[in-house]
Design a binder for this molecule. Sequence first.
Ligand code: HEC
Length: 114
Amino acid sequence: MSRLFSLSLCGLFVFSLATTNALAAKTAYDPAAGKTTYDTACSTCHKTGLMGAPKLGNKDDWAPRIAQGMDLLVSRSLKGYQGKKGAMPAKGGNAKLTDAQVGNSVAYMVEQSK
Ligand code: HEC
């Protein structure tokens, strides 16, 4: 009985991994929509470089970050990130933002900083 249980748990795990991957692969960001979110929730730090934030449009600061890939940039933006330069609160400190809004604003910042 317990074997059956762990087998089904295992199946569930594989299934959820498969769905997450499918979702991640399909994610398309909308930088234009992200501008509004950037202006209201991210620009406080990212416009001026406050607290060590990479400045919008600063190619040198963004290039190595962009090289990490969107998935990592977005997940750090959602969960918060303590880097070498400073600390960024989850969702820039604005918990009301949806994951899509945060993803779009990352795409906007990346697009403006290439
Ligand atoms: C309170 C200030 C603050 C706000 C607001 C803020 N950030 Fe940040 N963010 C930071 C700091 C500081 C870093 C750099 C940390 C480091 O590299 O040491 C950072 C880094 C980042 C990075 C790069 C992460 C990496 O892997 O290099 C992304 C992407 C990012 N922020 C996205 C956002 C988005 C999107 C928003 C708005 C929803 C936002 N930030 C709002 C402070 C902020």
